[in-house]
Ligand binder design. Structure first.
Ligand code: HEM
Length: 404
């Protein structure tokens, strides 16, 4: 690999998984690296690439200097390499005071108690799914198991009726599959938006006991107002990529890690109390939300470089989570790792809203696989998503060797 020519804006760079070798080299040689513009970066701009844990953590903790929304008179903060049309409007792409406003009400739905109350339903669904699998059967773990539980979890959170779920997920999948920004993608997204609007109206008139109903009806303490339709629709649309795609990739990447490190699976089988640190290690290992982008609002020095106001700064949590300066043997998958201060869920004011739910889902899925005593074996080539944003396994054929 020519380390100097790697293009991080090109999804194909991620077609075989995360380019760890390049980032190890960056951490060692160019921790504050200027990525030249490429013909793939749509705005024709270069961007900084931050790869060290400490730098990334301090950038995420300083939302004033590193804006998720916009900087100075420049629009287009967003969290992806390319400027997002939603910058400045959606929870993860706003700064205070708007961010605080949106988050205040979202937090009212995502309490520890409410998330905990989802456990029984998610466990029952996982059990049912695993019971349907037969010894000798070969199937795609990514699609049949890893995708199913997180998608169901988001639908439960949003109070999407059971009968609508398949159709809604098809629309969302198609919107993601076709080129983003294309006319067809816009058509699918339009359909999703219309669905969301109808659901919001339904929840307004007749609240259910789902989290979304709580958020629809939640009132600001200051003036008693509620979130607008636009804010609610944006939140609805955000939860599928932010909540379902990420957790799906953690589950499939976690299973892949266990297949590649069978001694860790055996250990978990005999030391079940390790499930909690195992879940943290799976999130560190897979880091499905691999990077974020911020925009500098003022000049700031990092090591021997000066970042100028308006510069785009990308922070690569996947690299932070393999930083040799912070993690002992970072390329070892170790379910008992302690301490494990990974940045898989981010840091600071944008810290993952759904972290408790993601942890619960991962806990349930791996715990139930152990309980089911299903023994998965690799049964074909693993394919990765060619995507620089949500890196992870796309297809993972497995065979059920036995029920122990
Ligand atoms: C393993 C699974 C997950 C991972 C790795 C993950 C990762 C992250 C990260 C790194 C951020 C920070 C974004 C930033 O700094 O710009 C974030 C934010 C967020 N996550 Fe997650 N997430 C996961 C699961 C979920 C789930 C299950 C939900 C919802 C049910 C969720 C909803 C959100 C939302 C709404 C935000 C934006 C928060 C804000 O900007 O205030 N995530 N997530």
């Amino acid at each position: 690999m020519n380390k100097h020519l790697i293009d991080l804006s090109d999804n194909q760079t991620f077609a075989n998984g995360f380019p760890h070798e390049f980032f190890t080299w960056l951490r060692e040689n160019h921790p504050v690296y200027w990525h030249e513009p490429t013909n793939i970066t749509p705005d024709g701009e270069g961007f900084w690439v931050m790869s060290l844990y400490d730098d990334i953590n301090s950038i995420m903790m300083d939302a004033k200097t590193f804006s998720s929304d916009k900087a100075g008179n420049r629009t287009g903060g967003g969290t992806a390499i390319k400027d997002e049309a939603s910058a400045g409007k959606v929870l993860n792409q706003t700064d205070d005071p708007l961010h605080r406003r949106l988050r205040e009400l979202a937090n009212k739905g995502f309490t520890v108690k409410t998330i905990g109350s989802l456990e029984d339903e998610l466990r029952t669904r996982t059990k049912r799914l695993l019971n349907s699998i037969k010894v000798g059967e070969k199937f795609d773990f990514a699609r049949r198991i890893a995708r199913e539980i997180p998608t169901q979890a988001i639908c439960i959170v949003l109070g999407v009726p059971e009968d609508d779920r398949i159709h809604l997920c098809e629309l969302i999948d198609k919107g993601v599959e076709v080129n983003s920004g294309s006319v067809i993608a816009a058509e699918y997204l339009g359909k999703v938006r219309r669905y969301a609007q109808a659901l919001i109206e339904k929840k307004r008139a007749q609240p259910g006991d789902d989290i979304f109903s709580k958020i629809v009806h939640a009132k600001f303490e200051t003036d008693g107002s509620t979130l607008s339709d636009f804010e609610l629709r944006s939140f609805f649309a955000l939860l599928f990529p932010a909540g379902a795609e990420t957790t799906t990739r953690s589950i499939s990447g976690g299973m892949l890690a266990f297949l590649e490190h069978p001694e860790q699976w055996r250990r978990l089988r005999y030391e079940r109390e390790l499930i909690k640190p195992a879940v943290e290690e799976i999130v560190r290992w897979t880091t499905p939300s691999v990077y974020k982008r911020r925009t500098a609002t003022r000049a700031v020095d990092f090591r021997d470089k000066t970042i100028r106001p308006g510069d785009k700064v990308t922070v690569w949590e996947m690299s932070a989570n393999r930083d040799e300066r912070v993690f002992e043997s970072p390329f070892e998958f170790n379910i008992a790792r302690s301490p494990n201060r990974h940045l898989g869920f981010g840091a600071g004011v944008h810290f993952c809203l759904g972290a408790a739910l993601a942890r619960l889902e991962l806990n349930i899925v791996f715990d139930e696989i152990l309980l089911s005593e299903l023994n998965f074996k690799p049964a074909g080539t693993v394919e990765w998503m060619p995507n620089n944003r949500l890196v992870g396994v796309k297809t993972m054929p497995v065979r059920v060797a036995s029920r122990n």
